[in-house]
Ligand binder design. Sequence first.
Ligand code: SIN
Ligand code: FE2
Length: 212
Amino acid sequence: MAEAMTGMAEEVVPGLLLWRGLLDRPAQAAMVADIRGVIAAAPLVRPVTAWGRPMSVRMTSAGRVGWVIARGRYAYVPRHPETGTPWPPIPASVLAVWRAVSGWDDDPDCCLVNWYGEGARMGLHRDADEGEEGFHAPVVSISLGDPARFRIGGTERRGQTTRLLLRSGDVLAMGGPARLAYHGIDRVLSGEGDLLPGGGRINLTLRVVRSA
Ligand code: SIN
Ligand code: FE2
């Protein structure tokens, strides 16, 4: 199954695999309902960066651990920072995507939920808090809702980047040479999608975490 899925992907740059429209509209709607359940159990928060600025994206997590910024430090922790309760489980619909595309035997430890409202963006960064062993597994990313301009470069902050429009139902895997590449969201094309009433974009990233 995993190999067959890889055959259907486009390799955008080395290590970055893209499955266009992997999720059809009913699957997208079902996944949004599942994510609303996650948010009901673990409310979205607006993390504050090490520089004291609130991010424009609101976040929560599902899984064994969730990604947070705690007193300016990036960390995976077993409990929601505000409610103090364990994160809800990763929905089966989301795990099914991981199992189909990751090529990885273990399930992910974290599903980070990024909620982009109007004007939200995410600066270039690397997903580098998972621990050395966690870097062997890819990061799988699922896009739902309004389309967004995604950008990916190399492992240095400066240098050439490649741009790509991510639409609802698209799935990316960042593995191999792309696993620690800088990437971000320049802009969400607000209101151009119709999956989420009132607009917005949800991005889910699935990670194997060995640092916590
Ligand atoms: C992220 O890098 O955590 C989010 C990427 C995206 O929103 O597509
Ligand atoms: Fe990221």
